[in-house]
Design a binder for this molecule. Structure first.
Ligand SMILES: C[S@@+](CC[C@H](N)C(=O)[O-])C[C@H]1O[C@@H](n2cnc3c(N)ncnc32)[C@H](O)[C@@H]1O
Length: 278
């Protein structure tokens, strides 16, 4: 029988050491501290086989989050399956911006309405529902499978979110919101990155949208004006090279007070504006 240390050593030949430890912990249901304290213990055959299968899948490129079945976002664990985009750290910026527009938690003016378009795992909508409990949060996705994951996450995290199956704003006739946020697909359809790394395993409908990646954003900008309260905000996460296009699109549609928020590297990844009203 092989020891834990030896199994980790073998795995390190094909995948990163930190990933090997995570996958072994997952196979054993063990904590990091337990693993460290039991490095010389023998690994039972079924556990060794389960670990080897995970290592093989990771070595073939499957994202760690899909193998583990979860990813952390804004300090909480979200279940993920290959039906949803894996939540990204950069999307926390979209949450920070929306949180500020909703008035943050516990403030007098926080009884606002928010809609998250393209909710995927539900990470944005659920986080905002939990961080701003007075806000009323709705979320939409065109994918029934993604909505099932988002529902399950809301239940697990005890968040109240009104999930709606909708092609962007199509099912929201007559409804208006104080804030609409979206992390839509924004990669150009022909971008070579789509056939590299983790992206190969994520749903293409969550990633790519039109020749310049802006088709979904153009449609949401145009349609959102019928769904924002006067003074309401619209914010997008977008690609590192799309800030100028976003500013133009928002200004052309009549949005005021356009804001562009840089990430920690100084790159604008969130843009939006205020709808002054018809
Ligand atoms: C980039 S993912 C974002 C997922 C999640 N909000 C996040 O930040 O991790 C884009 C999401 O938009 C959804 N989507 C794509 N086309 C859509 C459409 N026409 N209407 C509604 N949702 C759509 C996809 O199913 C996917 O869940």
């Amino acid at each position: 029988m092989i020891s834990i240390a030896a199994a980790l050593g073998r795995a390190r030949d094909v995948i990163a050491p930190a990933e090997a430890r995570l996958l072994l912990r997952h196979a054993l249901g063990a904590s990091a501290a337990w693993l460290e304290a039991h490095r010389d213990d023998p690994l039972a055959r079924p556990d060794a086989e389960a670990f080897a299968a995970l290592v093989e899948r990771r070595a073939a490129g499957e994202p760690v989050a899909y193998l583990l079945g979860f990813r952390e976002f804004y300090g909480r664990e979200f279940s993920v399956t290959p039906d949803v985009l894996i939540p990204r750290p950069e999307t926390e910026l979209l949450v920070d911006v929306a949180r500020e527009k909703l008035g943050g938690s516990g403030t007098a003016n926080s009884a606002k309405t928010l809609l998250d378009l393209g909710t995927g795992s539900g990470c944005v909508a659920i986080t905002l529902a939990l961080e701003v409990p007075a806000a009323s949060v709705a979320a939409a996705d065109i994918s029934a499978a993604a909505l099932a994951v988002a529902h399950a996450n809301a239940t697990l995290l005890a968040a109240t979110v009104d999930f709606v199956a909708s092609d962007w704003l199509a099912e929201f006739t007559g409804r208006r919101f104080d804030c609409i946020v979206a992390n839509p697909p924004y990669v150009a359809a022909g971008d070579p990155h789509l056939s590299e790394g983790d992206l190969r395993f994520e749903p293409l409908t969550a990633l790519a949208c039109g020749a310049d990646g802006l088709d979904a954003i153009r449609r949401i900008v145009a349609d959102s004006v019928r769904h924002l309260e006067a003074g309401g905000w619209l914010f997008f996460e977008h690609g590192y090279d799309q800030a100028a296009a976003l500013r133009k699109l928002l200004a052309a549609a009549g949005f005021a007070d356009i804001e562009q928020h840089p990430d920690l590297a100084g790159i604008v990844r969130v843009s939006g504006g205020r709808w002054p009203g018809a």
